[in-house]
Each structure stands twice: as structure tokens, then as C-alpha cells.
Write a protein that binds this ligand. Sequence first.
Ligand SMILES: Nc1nc2c(ncn2[C@@H]2O[C@H](COP(=O)(O)OP(=O)(O)OP(=O)(O)O)[C@@H](O)[C@H]2O)c(=O)[nH]1
Length: 480
Amino acid sequence: MRKKVPVTIVTGFLGAGKTTLLRYILRQPHGKRIAVVQNEFSEEMGIESPVIVDDKGEVYKEIYELPNGCICCSVRDDLVATLDNLLEHQDRFDYILVETTGVADPEPVTAAFWVDANLDSRLYLDGIVTLVDAKNVLRCLGHENSSSPPSEQANGRAGQGKGEGDGEGENVDWLERVRQMRTDHKSAEASAGLEVEAAKQIAFADCILVNKQDLLAESSDSERLEEIITSINPYARIVRCTRSEAPLDSLLHLRALETAETQPQAFMLAQPPNSRQNNHNHHDDHHNHNHEHQHDHDEHHELEHPPKHSHVGAPSHAHSHGHPLVDSVLLTRPTAASGRAGGGQGRVLSWDAVNRWIARMLWEAAAGKIYRCKGIFTAIGGDEEDDSDMPGAEDDDEAPALQPSPSPAAAAAAAETTDVPRLFALQGVGELFEIERVRDNNGSGGDGEGAFQSKFLFIGRHLDREQLDKGLEQCWAEAA
Ligand SMILES: Nc1nc2c(ncn2[C@@H]2O[C@H](COP(=O)(O)OP(=O)(O)OP(=O)(O)O)[C@@H](O)[C@H]2O)c(=O)[nH]1
């Protein structure tokens, strides 16, 4: 079986620097051949032809005609079709970047990776990178004061047009432009919804690039901006940059890095809230922590601030963060370490029960309220799938087609694996989700003999933390 191809979705508001980012990535010495799928916000233009570029800038052009245009608003089938076509040339690239339109709701785009079982078996969503324009994002989010000077705001010229950054082109009022485009577009919603969309783009992100730092007058502007961004998505990595020049390891192979390294528990949620490196202040409470109860402090701060008392064995740990547009709930549980019969410390979660819980939340109890959920947890049960196409698995193209039959002892050991906790990752977007086994190089998946900190993060609107927490409580194996 072929290795799955990682896909990174690049999203962000109009003019934030998405195309600049793609160009920047393609120029870097990453040694990869990257296929790029871009689309523009216009029915006429449709999705631009995907191109495949290697790190020497060699471009193999692939032309696919796509009738329906915008991938966010028309049918995600177009994106699926594009990717499907692209995968016919899978030997010619090893990474895919998808740039969404500047006013896209990232949900349907991201969901495209799960609607099609065939695609799902050949691709995996590595991460979502959201660009924000440091100068204009607050206006996009509906905060009255942007970092632009008042005079610019008053005459509606706080935005930055294409070309302004490099001295070409004219200033335009981005919101006006976006509103106009939305009005023109068939699926336009009320323009008031734009703020929610901008917030959703941030909420969906695994990594947020706060671009155009050169346009911020004061470093305090950056800090204020990041406080607001953090209040929307406390768990994404935040990287400041200019001209979209961010370290490649904050952009590509997010999941592979975080799961394949020796600390699988670090997966995506390891960044402390407000985690822009070098700038984290544990005592900052600016993003409205709403702690349910006194805690140790949570696992996000462990690296810098060892816990004063342990949470192991505590039944519940949840906290939420507030923002007018988006809120998030993180649930953690000490669970049995993976790869060990008996599991060491911690109770055992049931894969089936977690699966049912997430389905119930997304489709019934909290339907429409959860934009994004993700998690890393150990559990028993789940499919006994082959590890070979797991993200981070070795390339097995060279593997012989036929494997010898397992010995009786190996077969017996395999039969027992359902009772041994294994490591799983949850990824959910809108109403779709998947739970996949992830590689656990550590073997234990936990802290030596101790328990693994299983984590579930929900980002959405009007989330009911108690309801989510109760749901997770139903997922213990013995209770399932
Ligand atoms: N000053 C400044 N300008 C920038 C920076 N990054 C990008 N730009 C400029 O901002 C404009 C928009 O950048 P793009 O990369 O086209 O943005 P985009 O998100 O792809 O735009 P849309 O496709 O319209 O949504 C261009 O003129 C860029 O040159 C930056 O860090 N500083």
C-alpha cells in the first residue's frame, strides 16, 4: 500500500498573504515535490490549475477543468475531483498544499478530505495553516479598533490592497471588497457573518501566521492582536512573520512531526495557550480562562511550570476560553498508557464509546455548534488496521507484496491487541470526524509507568462544557 500523501490547507482572509506563503514555501529547500491547488473567489476563474513544483522550481503543469468554481461555496466535489485527478500522478509529488479563497468558510474545504472514502485512503490532512493580516485582522473580526491609525479607519482605507505591500497597486477597503464579492456571489450570507467566518478561519487553525508584522507600528500591537487571536484559538501555534516567511516546521508535517517524535502526547495540543514562543506568560489571564476548578496547572504549562500537585486519578479536568465569536473547551483525562496490557496508571477508554460520543455531540447534542474538534487519546478497541499507511509510517513502497503468514504466537498476540490500549488521534471538522490510529514511537505513550494524558479539544460557539464533560465520562471501557 502506498504511503498517504499529506495535505496542508492554507486559509486566511483576503489579502492576508496566502499566495505569498505558497510562493515562499515552494522556494524553500525542503526537498519535496509539492502539488499546489489554488482557487479564486470567482465562478469564472474556478479552481486554478493545480501545479506541481519541486524544490528546484521545476513545474509540471496539470490542467483540470473545473466547472463550478469556488471550492468553499459550490460543491466540495470539485475539490475532491481535483485531488482525485491529481492523485493519478501521485508518483510526481509527495505533498499537497490547498489554498482556499480569502472568504472561505474552511469547514467544507476541510471536510472534503473525509467525504470521499477513496481520497481518505490516499490523503491525510496534515494541518490547517491560517494567515492573518496583522494590520487588518481586528477589523475583520469586528473589533472596533484595528491597529491601523484612526485616520485610515475613518475613511475606510485601513485595508491593504494587493500590491500595497510591495508598493504596487492601491489601497482598498477589504471589508467593502469582501462584502461586494459576497453580495455578488450566489451563496452570499449576510455580511455580518464575515466576522464569524474570519473567526472560524482562526478557530480551525493548527498554526496561525500573524503576517505583515512590518506594518505594525508597535510591538504592543502584536501582543494585543495575539491576545485576541488566542482568545479564539488558544491551542494553535502562533508565529509572527513578514512576507509569510515562517519556519517550515510550523507549516508542513505538523502532524507527522508531532506524532512520530518521541512524545506523541505532544500532538497538536501541546502548545500552551498563548504559545507564541519566547512570549508566553503563565500568569497572563488575558484570554479569559474560565477554570472549572482549581488545577495543577494544566498540561500546557508543564514544561515551564511543573505541576504543584498531580491530577492523576482526578475524574475530570475541563476549562474553556471565551471570545464573543468562538469558544473552546479542553477536556483531559489520565488514561492507561498505550502498548501495555493492564495499562499502568489511568483508566481505560473505549474506542467505540469515544466514537459514539463524538458522533452524538456533532450530530445531535451539539449539532452545528462545534466547528472543530481534535484529540489524542489512548483506548482499547477500534479497527485492527495495518500500520503501514499511518501518518509517519515508513515508506513501504519497497515492501514485498506478499507477507508470510503470522506464526501462531504472533497471531495470538495480535488477537490480544484489542485489550491493549493504543494511541488514537481525533480530527473533526463540522459534522465530520475521523479517529485514526497514530504511531506511538514511545511505546508507552505516557510518562514512563504513569498514565497518558488524553485530550479532547472542541472549538465552536456556545459550547456546553458540562455536557461535553459528561459525555466523555461515559467513555470508560468498563462503562461502555
Ligand atoms: N507589507 C507587506 N505586504 C505583504 C506581506 N505579505 C504579503 N504582502 C502583500 O499583500 C498583498 C496580498 O498578498 P497575497 O499573498 O496575494 O494575499 P492572499 O491572501 O493570497 O490574497 P487573496 O488571494 O486575495 O485572498 C500582496 O501585495 C503581497 O505582496 C507582508 O508581510 N508585508
